[in-house]
Design a binder for this molecule. Structure first.
Ligand code: NAI
Ligand code: A1CAB
Length: 276
């Protein structure tokens, strides 16, 4: 049963991803109906000022909000769930974005039957270009998945996967923005090495990254075809790509994503199971 008076969403944990989601949701629908519960009073005050949202204690969040979005570190999730359990019932929808943490682990800490949806978002939600991937827990139905999807669609794209794929998703799109930032950092540094001013190098690389991303999204062509179109015979691009291959950049990327996958499993204490 859902007590009347419960409405909207409470974001529990207003850190980097909590803020990324919050900013997009407020931009899209305003601050009304969004609460933030944040352990650090300074951070809570900062978010209240920045986004005009109300800040609440954990118990009040559960009394006032129907959807509880848990955005604390995997290492903090058990303590949070322990405190949350007495305030939650089956009328709530619990959405967890904690990397690696299986829905079964969240469900086990809460009263029986509480619907749980696991989501892996990413920080481009800050600019409405997020990628959020959803999986249902044992007590979450289509309506819960739809509700979580509608929420996250406000800040970017949404996909659904079986929960067993969530650690791979985490390694690819959850952590993925950092790989691109790292690459851009390296390219800007190379431009500086070649004598360009930092701000010009940064502008060139960021616009190039954006243009390349839009082409990959909109052209309908495979990245290999797009790369071939840049690579003139005997030209500059093939000279550069040969060095990337020689230094094992492709293999390094594979190893990096495998390491993120392994770490996601480790953080969660094991791989998530799919619903049967
Ligand atoms: N940063 C990212 O790009 C992404 C993070 N995630 C996941 O989101 C979660 C949060 O990550 P970040 O935002 O990067 O961490 P963060 O450390 O920036 O934020 C966590 C926030 O939770 C607060 N907190 C901790 N325990 C609390 C409690 N009991 N009640 C209220 N607030 C509490 C902390 O004070 C902190 O502000 C993690 O589980 C991570 O795996 C998922 C996708 C992307
Ligand atoms: O690094 C992390 O653990 C989190 C999960 C995905 C992105 N950031």
């Amino acid at each position: 049963m859902t007590p009347t008076g419960r409405r909207g969403l409470a974001i529990i944990g207003g850190g980097k991803i909590g803020e990324a989601l919050l900013s997009g949701l407020v931009r899209r629908g305003g601050a009304d109906g969004i609460l933030v519960c944040e352990r650090s009073p300074e951070r809570a005050a900062q978010l209240a000022e920045r986004y005009g949202v109300g800040t609440v204690e954990l118990g009040e969040a559960a009394v006032r909000a129907r959807v509880l979005l848990l955005a604390v570190k995997p290492q903090d999730i058990d303590v949070l769930l322990g405190r949350l359990a007495e305030h939650v019932d089956t009328g709530h929808l619990v959405v967890s974005v904690a990397a690696g943490v299986a829905t079964a682990r969240v469900e086990a800490a809460l009263p029986d039957g509480v619907p749980v949806v696991r989501v892996m978002p990413n920080t481009p939600a800050l600019v409405d270009e997020g990628m959020s991937v959803l999986s249902a827990g044992a007590h979450a139905g289509e309506e819960h998945l739809d509700e979580a999807a509608a929420l996250l669609a406000a800040v970017g794209q949404v996909r659904r996967v079986p929960e067993s794929q969530q650690d791979a998703v985490t390694a690819l799109s959850g952590s993925g923005p950092a790989y691109f930032f790292y690459l851009v950092e390296a390219m800007v540094d190379a431009g500086i090495l070649l004598g360009l001013p930092r701000s010009l190098a940064a502008d060139l690389v960021v616009q190039t990254a954006l243009g390349a991303a839009v082409m990959m999204r909109d052209s309908g062509e495979h990245p290999v075809q797009l790369r071939e179109a840049v690579s003139s015979p005997g030209g500059t691009t093939v000279a550069a790509i040969r060095e990337l291959e020689r230094h094992g950049v492709r293999a390094a990327m594979t190893a990096a994503i495998e390491a993120a996958h392994a770490r996601s499993i480790e953080l969660g204490g094991g791989s998530g199971r799919d619903r049967t």
